[in-house]
Design a binder for this molecule. Structure first.
Ligand code: 57M
Length: 358
C-alpha cells in the first residue's frame, strides 16, 4: 500500500524513489512484522492466559515436557497478523505470486486454527481428524497449483540442482509436485515444532535463503549471470519472505527457551505451507530438501521409526521425531535446539553455493 501512496511522491521528494527497490521494501516488511510481534506479543500472551488457551501435554512424551503444561499456544495467530499487515503495507499488491503465498499461508492457517481450537478450546485432544485435515490440505494445494498453471501460465519444468541441462517438463503432473511440496512441507514443519524455538530457527533461515533466491530468479541480470531461470515478478516474493522472517523472529523472542508461547498448528501448518509455495515459485523445490533439511530429517525419523516398529516391534530412535531422541539421550533442550539451528544454517549456505556449482 505504501508503494502506491509514497512512490508517486518521488517527483517532488526523490527520497520516495526507494519504494521501487524490492530490497528496501523487504527490509521494511521484516522490521514491521518483527516490531508488531514484539510490541503486541506480551499482551497477546496475557490474553491467551486469561482465556486459558494453554497447551495440553501428552503423557507418553518426554517427562521434561510435563512442566510445559498450560503454556499459551496459537502464537501463530499473531505471526499471521504481523505478516498480513506487513505485506499489505510493503508489498506490490498487483503481484499475483504474493497473493498466492498469502492464500496458502492463511488457508493452511485456517486448518491449523480449527485443529488448535478443537484441541485447546473444545478440549478434544485429538483435534481435527487426519481424514478431514489431510483432504483440506490437498484441496488448498491443488487450488493454488491449478491457479498457478492456468491463470499464471507458470513453467511446469522441474529444475534439478547442479544439473542446469536437466529440466524435464512435467506438464499437468506438476500439480502433483505442488501438492507434494506444499502439503509435505506443511506437515514436516508441524512435526518439527516440538521444542522451544526449534521450528522458528530453521524457518527464519529457510525464508531468508528463499528471499535471496527469489530476488535472483526475479532479476534478469542476476538470473542470467548465475544461469538460473528468470521468472519476472518472482522478486516481489522477497517482501513476503522478509515479513515471515520478521514475524517468526518476533515470535522467537517469546518462544525461545523456556517458551512463554507455542505457535500451535495455526502457525506451523501455515508457515510450512508458505515455505513450500515459495520454493515452488522460486523453481527451487528440489533444493528445499537441502534448505529444509531439518524438516526432512525430522519427518524421515518418524517414517523410519513407525516402519521399524510395525515391521520388527523395535524402535530405531528412543523416540521420534529425532529431537525427542536427543532429549532422551540426556541433551539439554537448548542444546538440541541450537544444534538443529546450526545444521539448518550449514545446509542453507551449502544450498546457496549450489548456485555457482552448475
Ligand atoms: C506436532 N506437536 C508437539 C505446540 C506446537 C506420528 C507422530 C510422530 C506425530 C507426532 C505429533 O503429534 N506431532 C504433532 C508436534 C507439541 O507441540 C504443539 O503442537 C504445535 C505444533 N503442531 O506449536 O502447540 C508438543 O511439543 C512441545 N513443544 C515445545 N516447544 C514448542 O515451542 O516444547 C512444542 C513447541 C508440545 C510441547 O510438549 O505439547 C508434539 O510433540 O506433540 N507425535 C510426536 O511427536 C510424539 N512422538 C511419538 O509418538 N513417537 C512414536 C511414533 C509415533 C513415531 C515413537 O517414537 O515410537 C511425541 N510428541 C509428544 N508426545 N507430544 C512424543 C509423545
Amino acid at each position: 500500500m505504501l508503494y502506491y501512496f509514497l512512490y508517486p511522491l518521488r517527483v517532488d521528494f526523490t527520497l520516495f524513489n526507494v519504494f521501487k527497490y524490492i530490497t528496501f521494501r523487504t527490509f521494511g516488511a521484516l522490521m514491521t512484522a518483527l516490531l508488531l510481534y514484539l510490541f503486541l506479543g506480551k499482551a497477546f500472551i496475557r490474553y491467551l492466559q486469561q482465556k486459558q488457551i494453554g497447551q495440553f501435554i501428552r503423557e507418553e512424551g518426554p517427562q521434561s515436557h510435563m512442566s510445559k503444561k498450560g503454556t499459551p499456544t496459537m502464537g501463530g495467530l499473531l505471526i499471521l497478523f504481523s505478516v498480513g499487515v506487513s505485506v499489505l503495507l510493503w508489498g506490490h499488491l498487483e503481484n499475483a505470486y504474493l497473493w498466492l503465498v498469502l492464500f496458502v499461508l492463511f488457508g493452511f492457517g485456517a486448518i491449523g486454527f480449527y485443529d488448535d481450537y478443537k484441541k485447546v478450546i473444545k478440549k478434544e485432544n485429538l483435534g481435527l481428524q487426519a481424514r478431514i485435515k489431510f483432504p483440506l490440505q490437498v484441496l488448498l494445494s491443488l487450488i493454488a497449483g491449478y491457479f498457478l498453471l492456468t491463470y499464471l501460465d507458470f513453467s511446469t519444468e522441474l529444475l534439478v540442482p547442479f544439473f542446469k541441462n536437466i529440466h524435464p517438463d512435467l506438464g499437468w503432473f506438476y500439480l502433483f509436485v505442488v501438492f507434494l511440496v506444499v502439503v509435505g512441507t506443511s506437515n514436516a514443519v508441524n512435526l518439527t515444532d516440538g521444542l522451544d524455538g526449534l521450528v522458528a530457527g530453521p524457518n527464519i533461515i529457510a525464508f531468508a535463503t528463499y528471499g535471496v533466491l527469489v530476488y535472483i530468479v526475479g532479476n534478469v541480470r542476476l538470473a542470467n549471470y548465475l544461469q538460473v531461470i528468470n521468472i519476472p515478478g518472482a522478486g516481489e516474493l522477497a517482501v513476503i519472505c522478509g515479513a515471515i522472517v520478521g514475524g517468526i523472529l518476533g515470535f522467537l523472542w517469546y518462544n525461545s527457551y523456556p517458551a512463554q508461547i507455542f505457535m500451535g498448528d495455526v502457525g506451523s501448518l501455515s508457515v510450512g505451507a508458505a515455505l513450500g509455495m515459495v520454493a515452488i515459485l522460486a523453481k527451487a523445490e528440489i533444493l528445499l530438501i537441502l534448505i529444509g533439511g531439518v524438516f526432512v530429517l525430522e519427518t524421515v525419523s518418524v517414517i523410519t521409526q513407525v516402519i521399524s516398529f510395525k515391521l520388527t516391534g523395535k524402535r530405531i530412535f528412543r523416540m521420534a521425531p529425532i529431537h525427542h531422541h536427543f532429549e532422551l539421550k540426556g541433551w539439554a533442550e537448548p542444546k538440541v535446539i541450537v544444534r538443529f539451528w546450526i545444521i539448518s544454517l550449514m545446509l542453507s549456505l551449502i544450498s546457496l553455493a549450489t548456485l555457482k556449482i552448475r
